[in-house]
Design a protein around this ligand. Sequence first.
Ligand code: AMP
Length: 386
Amino acid sequence: MTVPVSPESATTFDALGLAPLILDAIAAAGYSEPTPIQREAIPLVLRGRDVIGLAQTGTGKTAAFTLPLLHRLLDGPRRTRALVLTPTRELCTQVEESVRKYRSTTTLEVASVYGGVAYEPQERALREGVDIVVATPGRLLDHLEKGTAQLELLELLVLDEADRMLDMGFAPQINRVVAQIPAYRQTLLFSATMPPEVEALARKYLRNPVVVQVGRRSQAASTVTHAVYPVPQSRKTALLVDLLQHEDAQGSVLVFCRTKHRADRIAESLADAGIAAEALHGDRTQSAREKALEQFKSGAVRILVATDIAQRGLDISGITHVINYDVPQQAEDYVHRIGRTGRAEATGDAYTFMAPDEIATVRLIERVIAQEIPRVSRPGFDFGTG
Ligand code: AMP
């Protein structure tokens, strides 16, 4: 589950948790405040989470992964510990330049590796030892085959512009590169779009990723991070318990389900698992419902399980954390729940558990909101694992 980043995300670089050396480089670059993707992604990367960044060029995404990456590599031994895979030579050199700019206050070394130019200078740079390699997949494979590049001790992998890499037919090369990287690593994936192929790639290579989504820098920041978890009906409660128990879900979580009976059962199962929860019944009076909601909003009750009906007439706009245990039958309910009604922008996390018989409803919602909701696979809970 996405970490419910504090409702008001940090607005200064100082508050993101980056080392002073990195902050010096940011100041030297002349940046006064982090962009939305940087605000969201940097603390997560620093905490070691796998991140899917849905962001286009121009959002500041390069710094969003490079700054925490450099932070994590500070003080380590010199060997190739981070790899950024990019689709094109142009992007490769651009990312390398960014890394050079942000590493200027450190002793970390970077090299770029791309096709269409001589091997020798790249081999020399790799032989001399670099901490970070920025590469296009084909040329990197050549270096791996020759033994000039080594990835056995890699700790951090970044797949930049993943959608473009797949469009360009790099899937086999990416697979061959990743096969040489330790499974125990941190993986970040950035992509402007999330077609099924990118989802599949993320499912294959990322562990319990957090999805961070932002608009273009010129637009108002939209920081709703929403995701769909494919899960068999029979495993939904186990998934809920797992998410609440094992993730950094310190915040208040509002869970929506279809019927009163289900709400009761879910609340009971959570209680059995040691997670205090209250069910919000549709047949309670309006004032009782308001009271329960107030307790929830004030933090007295952390988990509230509500039915579709209970939702009507409740002001849930201030709540940032919503889990749709069942896919809402009406697309409007989805929109309402993720708090977008009447507001140009919204902050918060919205997760939807999607059983196989709910796929069509999710597609309908996606059509209504004119947006694809990223699928996030949680190992052990996806279809076919129930
Ligand atoms: P990118 O989306 O990574 O291609 O970055 C777009 C541009 O934004 C680059 O020219 C960066 O130098 C610049 N940039 C990145 N982060 C910031 C920031 N926090 N403040 C101002 N400019 C930035």
